[in-house]
Structures are given as structure tokens and as C-alpha cells.
Design a protein around this ligand. Structure first.
Ligand code: FAD
Length: 455
């Protein structure tokens, strides 16, 4: 098949979700990818990193087991074995995804595609046409001008392939990817230093959460330097030397460059065929349409949050839009975010600064300390759940930090997206003893009837 209702360039989270939903809706689909179906998330992103973080958690548990009266001996990390476990997880999911795509009669074309007309993509000399075209070519790990990625200087792509635990690492960038790798390596026994140019780690989160993570990292012995910019780096057989703008010099075995991801759109014929781009990104309207009629863009190539579940939702949205189902617009602010470091960070909706900018003094804020939560005491984690609500109005933001709080994001996003008021949630029952109870307790308190908390 060389022509279809929906022609998709890129088989990552955004592209394959669009393919699956389009097929479900009875549309014919061609899905093109130059690499493995599943894209960054499955092969180089979410899944492999979370497998490493799980191995890291087991390392911490075995080290700390005596605190719980369990005698174990932590003997170290067998990195090839960790990688084998991680690759097994990826391989099973990859096989499942290939099966899904096949079972829905999606035509998968392997090869590098280029837009050669508003509804035509060329792959290896063959042209494919679509009544609708969906661009989903994702993102790549950026570096800093003058900082070449090679040898001991690497991005997450190379870091994921290491078959040893480095003795020491400098992590450039304290965003999501930087703090997650820092967390893994510390648990695996590396000496880690994060360098972040902005004043806080995870600078896109509510400041109170960033500060709590910084406290936790300090306690874990993860070093970080904030508000200081990188100047240069050199490498030799012995290691990497990094100089900061304030003149400070740091040395380590490796340097991880985690300074963000750029849109993967160069040399793909987008601009030549009239698709507007902005510093590489493909701007879209709220219905994910580009400036060229019939061409949509989804996932990381569109400006905004770079998250797999945003890509999935974009893909589903565009399929339904093409099928004429008039889907509900996706608002980035209400997309849940989880950073899977130890302790975890999770949030949805506005942070306090954004809420005060939008509603002035008409905002109620409540922070429920996990110290009052039985299950968190059992796990031995500190942290909190912070609620931000409009006065006499809905909850507009939920921000959490603590071990395993990512698991609470499901209810948090329902509360914010369904515009629940604290009193609505306060009437619902949260099982005891779970960490989820803290969500209930926070809403009870904000509704004016705290149980295991002070008003
Ligand atoms: C280390 C790391 C950890 C992450 N962890 C998380 C997480 O825990 N949770 C989360 O939600 N997100 C996470 N992300 C982000 C997530 O991976 C991305 O947001 C998601 O993969 C974006 O999906 P996408 O479909 O837009 O692009 P991608 O997944 O990048 O897919 C794009 C696809 O397009 C293909 N392609 C590109 N150009 C062409 C071409 N010319 N021809 C043919 N094919 C082409 C590529 O081969 C690729 O398969 C992480 C990312 C990284 C790097």
C-alpha cells in the first residue's frame, strides 16, 4: 500500500498512538520510521531509564535493609546484568507493540522519510501519499555550542549503553533527565555532581518541591551547584575536566550533558513544502494542525512539554480530528508530570507562582506533610503534597515530593482536570494505610476539616 487516509512520519509515542487510533476508527494508515517502532520512549527514554531507576531502588533497599531489621549484604552492581534486565523489559514491550500495529493492519514502512509534497513522503525512492499527513519525528538530545558529544562526554543516549558504573560523574543540567540519571548513579555507587545554571533543581516545578528535592539530594550525598553556568570541558584518558563560568573546576570520569532536547526536524523537507518551523519546532494550533492544510504535528516536535503521554494524547487527538470526532483540546498545563528520581516528584496544574499570577490573592495553598502519613512512615520517606486551589473554587494545582508519590498522580490529575473543589474530594474515601491517604488528608484540611493534620 502506498496511499492511505493517514500517512505518519515517525513511529514514536505520538506517531504510533495516532496510527493505532486511526486504524481503530477505520482509517487506512501508513506509519514510517527509520529506526525501531516505539521511538525514544521505548528504546532510549522512559522505559529503559525507569528500569535503571528500579534497579537503583533495589540497590538502596539492600543497602538500607538493616534499618528494617533485615540482614543483607550489598555487594555491588553487575551492570551487564542490569542492562540485560532492562533490555528484556524493552524487548517484551517492543514485541507487544509490533504485534499491536500488525494486528490493526497498519502498514509499517522502515526507512528515512522526507516530505516531498504537502501530502507525499518519500522513503528509499518510493513515494507514499496520504489524505492527511502527521509529522511525529520527535526530539534529540541537545548539547551546548562547542561541547562535542564523544568519548567521556555523553548524552542520555550513550549513558544508557554504559556497561559499567562510573566512579564519578558530572551531570550538566538539573532538569528531569539530569536528576534521574544522578539518582541512578548515586544509588549505584558513583560520586555525582549536578551543575544547573538556574537557581534550582527541576526548575520547572513549584519552588517548594525543588527545595525539598535539593534537601533530599543533599542528604543522599548527591552534590549540586546551582545558578552557575558551564564554561568549557576537556577530556583525556584520565577523565573529564569541567570549568564553570565562576572559574570553578570539576573533575570526573564522565560528563553527562542533559541540557534539554531539540526538535528533530532538520532536512526533512518540512520548510521546503511550506510547513512553518520556529527554531526547529513545528508550531501548531490548538487542534494540532500546522499552517499547511492536511498536515498535523504531534509529540515532541511541537513546542511544549516533552512527555510520552502527551505524545500519546496528541496522536489520539489527531486521529479523532481526522475522523471528524471533534476531540477535546489538550491543554499542556493540565498534563501530569512525574520525575522518577529518589525521592520522586510529581505535579499537575499550576504552581503557586502561576496560580497567584492568574488569581491574585484569591488562592488557597495547603501543604500536607507526609510525616503524618502512616504508609510514608512505614517506607521511611519524607515529603509533602501541596494543593493550590482558587478560593471557593476548584483545585488548580497539585505538587508532590516523596518516595513513590508518582503513583498518586492518577488521582491528582483527575482532581485538577475535573476541576474538583476540595470539598468534593474531602467526601471521598482513601484507603488506610496508603500514601494515597495523604491526598485525602490534604483535601480534608483544605476543606476546613483536617483529620491527621493541623489546620
Ligand atoms: C532519557 C529520557 C527519559 C525520558 N523519560 C520519560 C518519562 O519517564 N516519561 C515521559 O512521559 N517521557 C519521558 N521522556 C520523553 C519521551 O521519551 C518523549 O516525550 C517521547 O518519546 C516523544 O514521542 P514522539 O513520538 O514525539 O517522538 P519520539 O519518541 O522521539 O519518536 C520519533 C520517531 O521518529 C523517527 N524519525 C525521526 N525522523 C525520521 C525520518 N526522517 N524518517 C523516519 N522516521 C523518523 C525516529 O526514529 C523515532 O522513532 C524521556 C526522554 C528521554 C530522552
Amino acid at each position: 500500500m502506498t496511499s492511505a487516509d493517514v500517512l505518519i512520519l515517525g513511529g514514536g509515542s505520538g506517531g504510533y498512538a495516532c496510527a493505532l487510533r486511526s486504524a481503530e476508527l477505520g482509517l487506512s494508515v501508513i506509519l514510517i520510521d527509520k529506526d525501531k517502532l516505539g521511538g525514544t520512549c521505548l528504546h532510549r527514554g522512559c522505559i529503559p531509564t525507569k528500569a535503571l531507576l528500579h534497579a537503583a531502588e533495589i540497590a538502596d533497599s539492600s543497602r538500607e535493609s538493616e534499618n528494617f531489621g533485615v540482614k543483607t549484604t550489598f555487594e555491588g552492581i553487575d551492570m551487564p546484568k542490569v542492562n540485560e534486565y532492562r533490555d528484556g523489559v524493552v524487548a517484551r514491550l517492543y514485541k507487544g507493540l509490533q504485534g499491536l500495529v500488525k494486528s490493526r493492519d497498519v502498514t509499517f514502512v522502515e526507512g528515512e522519510g522526507k516530505l516531498v509534497g504537502p501530502n507525499t513522503i518519500e522513503v528509499n525512492g518510493v513515494t507514499y501519499t496520504g489524505k492527511n499527513v502527521v509529522l511525529a519525528t520527535g526530539s534529540y538530545a541537545k548539547s551546548i555550542p562547542g561541547l562535542d558529544i564523544s568519548g567521556r562526554i555523553m548524552t542520555s543516549d550513550q549513558a544508557l549503553n554504559l556497561d559499567y558504573v562510573p566512579k564519578s560523574v558530572i551531570v550538566l543540567g538539573g532538569g528531569v533527565i539530569g536528576v534521574e540519571f544522578a539518582s541512578v548513579w548515586k544509588s549505584f555507587g558513583s560520586d555525582v555532581t549536578i551543575v544547573e545554571g538556574l537557581p534550582h533543581l527541576v526548575p520547572n516545578e513549584d519552588e517548594s518541591v525543588s527545595k525539598a528535592l535539593e534537601r533530599a539530594y543533599r542528604k543522599r550525598g548527591i552534590n549540586f551547584i546551582l545558578g552557575t553556568k558551564f564554561a568549557s570541558a576537556t577530556q583525556s584518558d584520565a577523565g573529564v575536566e569541567v570549568t564553570l563560568e565562576d572559574g570553578k573546576v570539576l573533575n570526573a570520569e564522565l560528563l553527562l550533558v542533559a541540557v534539554g532536547r531539540g526538535a528533530n526536524t532538520a532536512n526533512m523537507g518540512f520548510e521546503e513544502n511550506g510547513v512553518a518551523t520556529d527554531r526547529g519546532w513545528v508550531p501548531v494550533n490548538e487542534r494540532l494542525a500546522t499552517n499547511v492544510p492536511g498536515i498535523f504535528a504531534v509529540g515532541d516536535i511541537t513546542p511544549g512539554l516533552q512527555l510520552a503521554h502527551r505524545g500519546f494524547q496528541h496522536g489520539i487527538f489527531v486521529a479523532e480530528e481526522i475522523a471528524g470526532l471533534n476531540p477535546i483540546v489538550i491543554d499542556d498545563i493540565n498534563i501530569p508530570k512525574v520525575t522518577y528520581c529518589e525521592p520522586e516528584v510529581a505535579s499537575v496544574g499550576m504552581n503557586e507562582v502561576e496560580a497567584r499570577a492568574a488569581f491574585g490573592d484569591n488562592v488557597n495553598v495547603y501543604e500536607y506533610n507526609l510525616g503524618g502519613n502512616g504508609k510514608s512512615q512505614i517506607l521511611g520517606t519524607a515529603g509533602f503534597i501541596k494543593l493550590i486551589a482558587q478560593k471557593d473554587g476548584p483545585v488548580v494545582g497539585i505538587h508532590m515530593v516523596g518516595s513513590r508519590v508518582g503513583e498518586q498522580i492518577g488521582e491528582a490529575q483527575l482532581i485538577v482536570n475535573w476541576e474538583a473543589h476540595p470539598e468534593d474530594v474531602a467526601t471521598l474515601i482513601h484507603a488506610h494505610p496508603t500514601q494515597n491517604e495523604a491526598m485525602g488528608e490534604a483535601h480534608l484540611a483544605l476543606a476546613g476539616k483536617p483529620l491527621h493534620a493541623h489546620a
